[in-house]
Design a protein around this ligand. Structure first.
Ligand SMILES: Cc1ncc(COP(=O)(O)O)c(C=O)c1O
Length: 391
């Protein structure tokens, strides 16, 4: 019987045998007893431990993939995928892909390991043309190409036509990967549209409590799974058992947390957008949220995503105004990261790696599950308190 994902997120990866614990045990061990007479696959914990399996099975099930692999961070999962490319390969990535990822591939490009092509991932025709050009160059150079999709992007919330891009990449023999961190497996399943692999920063919505750094890769491609597993072992990018326990415990409530955060985000985005229309705050210039009809890819988001997510951006017009808002918030926590139960806000351009096309005064809001009126009152009092800051 096929169960709803809201059920599977709670029920998958649990032992069912009589008298077994309802929650799988956590293995704190680095090594295993070895007797030459017994052939047992578990030798050393860097190869993976039984504590990983319930979470890996659960993530694979939620994404509709055959295999899941947990990693020490989202970036290490991403790195494992990118490092499958041969020397001199071509990589197409969104111009507003997660900044840490862009810095990673820039470093690789500087060493001559690969060539990076940046794409405006929401502009489908442009990306398709770029994809054809890059596929042709890669084929002439007898190397490979990888299309990397992040949708919605971090932090600009651009929404790609993921099925169309994946279909064309598959037709051209270009490899494909999707960072599904923002959408979560409850709102988007790119493997079903033909992606070779999906990656997650488990740190964010999946674990959901800002107490874990972890990543995951999910694929149905046996060869890729074997290669990623070998990579994780040889590069030592496994998570600790405690982190896996926390992530599994956190992910059980993903459906209710995401529903609540998304509901809050929808209310806040609409109200803040209305304040822009009514010109209430001198320090509120624009509000971006895929759920707003004014979002450039609103219809695409409505068609493609099972929900509009819990991330909003607001442009305050200047670095000074944005920083003043951060100083004045009391319920929202000014901090990097996202996807936790608590609402976080960050001015992304404080990171030197964030591109110039991200406005200096833009704040990224990760909406949590607190009372929406408290969130709204706190944010608007911070805007009021900064009204005197010049743009
Ligand atoms: C979309 C996205 N992918 C990947 C990462 C990296 O994940 P981690 O911090 O777990 O390494 C992040 C972190 O912010 C992210 O936002």
């Amino acid at each position: 019987m096929e169960h709803n994902k809201r059920t599977r997120v709670v029920a998958a990866g649990r032992p069912h045998e009589p008298n077994s614990p309802v929650n799988p045990p956590v293995n704190f061990t680095s090594t295993y007893v070895y007797r030459p007479s017994v052939d047992y696959p578990q030798v050393y914990a860097r190869e993976g431990i039984p504590s990983f399996t319930p979470l890996e099975e659960l993530l694979a099930e939620l994404e509709g993939g055959r295999h899941g692999l947990v990693f020490s961070s989202g970036l290490s999962a991403i790195s494992a995928v990118v490092q499958q490319l041969p020397l001199g390969a071509h990589l197409i990535i969104p111009r507003h892909a997660y900044m840490g990822y862009y810095s990673m591939v820039q470093q690789m490009a500087a060493k001559g390991l690969l060539t990076v092509h940046r794409a405006d991932i929401a502009e489908t025709d442009e990306v398709l043309a770029q994809l054809r050009d890059v596929a042709q160059v890669a084929s002439a150079e007898q190397t490979e190409a990888l299309l990397w999709i992040e949708s919605p992007t971090n932090p600009m919330l651009e929404v790609a036509d993921v099925p169309a891009l994946l279909a064309e990449a598959n037709r051209l023999g270009v490899r494909t990967a999707v960072d599904n961190t923002f959408a979560t497996p409850l709102r988007q399943n790119p493997l079903a549209w033909g992606a070779d692999v999906v990656v997650h920063s488990v740190t964010k919505f999946l674990s959901g409590h800002s107490d874990v750094i972890m990543g995951a890769a999910i694929t149905s491609d046996e060869q890729l799974f074997t290669a990623l597993h070998a990579h994780r072992n040889l590069h030592g990018t496994i998570p600790g058992p405690m982190e896996v326990f926390l992530a599994l415990r956190g992910v059980r409530t993903l459906a209710v947390r995401l529903d609540a955060a998304e509901r809050n985000a929808g209310v806040l985005a609409a109200r803040l957008h209305q304040r822009v229309d009514d010109d209430v705050d001198p320090t509120l210039v624009s509000v971006t949220y895929p759920g707003l009809p004014t979002h450039p890819q609103h219809e695409r988001a409505a068609e493609q995503l099972g929900g509009f997510g819990a991330i909003i951006t607001v442009d305050t017009g200047s670095l000074e105004a944005a920083d003043a808002v951060l100083e004045n918030l009391r319920v929202w926590t000014p901090a990097t990261s996202l996807g936790g139960v608590e609402s976080l806000v960050e001015r992304r351009r404080r990171h030197p790696g964030e591109p110039d096309s991200v406005p200096e005064g833009m704040l990224r809001l990760s909406v949590g599950i607190e009372d929406v009126e408290d969130l709204y009152r706190d944010f608007t009092q911070a805007l009021d308190a900064t009204a005197t800051v010049t743009r």
